[in-house]
Design a protein around this ligand. Structure first.
Ligand code: NA7
Length: 545
């Protein structure tokens, strides 16, 4: 219906990843709403549909990176490794779509371009890139936090004779590195996963590092049949555990303080945590993210490991020249990352010392004039995180206001899920939600359930319009800021948590660092108080006409 009457729905959901699939299930199958998911890709999976770069794997352990809302669904699927690989997560989400019979209500290859709220009808009109229009009462964005690829604006990229790719927009047929001179820009979680795999087949690999980074071995391994059975049997215990830890991971953070240990104990505990590997390293002491002195002990240990692993002292010096506290940026976990630099065909270039000047037909030119000749450039340069995918949609709220104007100085939400001026819009894992600071599935399930409950209540009460109050959003952003400032997180000035990786993006600490447990309590209190901080059925704004 590209012209004429738009197709009408009770609810539209943007995105068919973890959030969108579960939201569809709840709204359609529990609330009985006429619901449709609009998804840009030609398959389900969301972030895990797009991120197919070499070595793409989740940093959450597989037994916690799955839905917990249904025992039956849980028991219908086994992951094969300690950490799930991209293909397997995508297979899991396809399995979920089939198991819950979701596909018939998912419209693929449909990118949402704009959404406008009509104050006379209290309905949203959604316009797709192809020009299709659809209306709905409830509009839910399930667009992910790390889904808008950040390709750096380096002059001359269009002149490059070789092939270039961003890790988050990887071609389905893959990229053949055999015999090629590969340059990789970026050493975040993605670059640290990709480099060792690229190095396996590339003729040479040159890693352009702007910010040196810590990394802890993931210690990935296949799960034995016994372990799989055990994990299935412990469903309730694991579910309750991930819902009771601040980061929603399936392990507790030690209450012991690094600041109170002697040198020998520290060395032992860190060595053991290093052997266990992965994000569990961060849980070895309880004060690492709040006490700089404590953090320094972990930082010193991890920098020492880099110098131990990397044989060439000059290379080790570049890789260990880290200037932010451990875990103040998202801490990567890896498989053979530092060891990869011991291979004769792999090198790291410090582009903090000698920045990238431009891209030339032959490769990458640095400020010093040195040109690195390349056949392939891989941009592992991350995402326009959290706000990027939302601002890619032209939202028009009450009185013709635009989200990109309202958020020009930084995002404003009530609990990450609702935006003043945009009634009946819910943003799953929006800015101000704990999302990226937690094992993502747990906040997603919580948000999706909270949103479904809210819509159910509004419908039961005959409410056609609900809207976050500006004062509530203002207070929430203050609380988000305070929660961040109670930690060392803001000390990493170049982190994507702050939007610092995207030139011109306002520097606002976006995720809620107060922990998932506290966040859930706040959300529950808000709904128990009759949706505090929300206005309902307000008459249309007289200035709107
Ligand atoms: P990140 O963590 O944002 O890492 C991006 C990397 O790319 C980081 O090292 C950046 O350096 C670097 N970068 C970005 N732009 C440039 C330019 N213009 N020149 C040189 N280097 C650049 O993204 P990831 O994809 O690794 O990880 C995102 C999240 O996905 C991760 O945290 C997990 O939650 C999953 P910088 O630090 O900005 O100096």
């Amino acid at each position: 219906a590209s012209n004429g009457t738009p197709a009408s729905y009770d609810a539209l959901i943007v995105g068919a990843g973890f959030a969108g699939l579960y939201q569809l299930h709840l709204l359609r199958d529990r609330l009985g709403l006429k619901t449709r998911v609009l998804e840009a890709a030609d398959g389900v999976g969301g972030t895990w549909y797009w991120n197919r770069y070499p070595g793409a794997r989740c940093d959450s352990e597989s037994h916690s990176y799955r839905y917990f809302f249904s025992r039956e669904l849980h028991d219908s699927w086994d992951y094969s490794e300690r950490y799930p690989g991209q293909e397997e997560i995508r297979a899991y989400l396809n399995h979920v779509a089939d198991h819950l019979d979701l596909r018939r209500d998912i419209q693929l290859e449909t990118r949402v371009a704009a959404a406008a709220f009509d104050e006379k009808t209290n309905l949203w009109t959604v316009t797709t890139k192809a020009g299709e229009r659809l209306t709905c009462r409830w509009l839910i964005t399930a667009v992910g936090c790390l889904s808008s690829a950040n390709v750096p604006d380096i002059p001359g990229l269009e002149t490059f004779k070789g092939e270039w790719r961003h890790t988050g927009r990887w071609p389905h047929e893959g990229v053949d590195f055999a015999g090629k001179r590969v340059g990789q820009v970026g050493t975040g979680s993605t670059g640290i996963q990709a480099a060792p795999v690229i190095a396996e087949t590339a003729k040479t690999l040159t890693v352009f590092q702007r910010t040196a980074n810590y990394s802890v071995p993931a210690r990935n391994h296949p799960l034995s049949p016994e372990r799989k059975r055990e994990l299935t049997e412990r469903f309730e215990e694991i579910r309750d555990l991930v819902r009771s830890t601040p980061n929603a991971h399936p392990f507790r953070i030690s209450a012991d303080k690094a600041a109170e240990q002697d040198a020998e104990t520290l060395a032992q505990r860190y060595e053991k945590a290093w052997e266990i590997g992965g994000l569990r390293f961060r849980a070895v002491f309880g004060d690492l993210l709040v006490d700089k002195g404590a953090n320094d002990t972990a930082a010193t240990f991890l920098k020492g490991k880099i110098r131990e692993i990397v044989k060439d002292p000059a290379t080790a010096a570049v890789l260990s020249n880290i200037d932010h506290p451990y875990a103040a940026k998202r801490p990567p976990i890896d498989t053979n990352y530092f060891d990869t630099f011991n291979k004769p065909h792999v090198a790291v270039i410090d582009v903090r010392a000698d920045p990238i000047k431009r891209i030339v037909p032959e490769g990458i030119e640095l400020e010093s004039g040195k040109v690195h000749e390349l056949d392939v450039i891989v941009f592992a340069t991350g995402f326009d995180a959290m706000t990027g995918p939302l601002l890619a949609i032209d939202f028009e709220g009450v009185g013709g206001r635009r989200l990109k104007d309202d958020w020009a100085a930084g995002p404003r939400t009530w609990m990450g899920v609702a935006v003043p001026g945009y009634p009946n819009l819910f943003t799953v894992t929006g800015p101000g939600s704990p999302s990226v600071l937690a094992n993502m599935i747990v906040p997603i399930e919580q948000h999706v359930e909270w949103i479904a409950d809210c819509i159910e209540t509004m419908r039961a009460e005959g409410v056609e319009r609900i809207e976050a109050e500006p004062a509530a959003a203002e207070a929430w952003m203050g609380h988000v800021n305070d929660a961040a400032n109670a930690t060392l997180l803001p000390e990493a000035g170049h982190s994507w948590y702050l939007g610092a990786n995207v030139p011109g993006k306002p520097r606002v600490f976006m995720p809620y660092a107060g922990g998932m447990v506290r966040f859930r309590e706040i959300c529950d209190a808000v709904s128990a108080a009759g949706y505090a901080g929300f206005a309902r059925n307000r008459p249309a704004d007289p200035e709107a006409a």
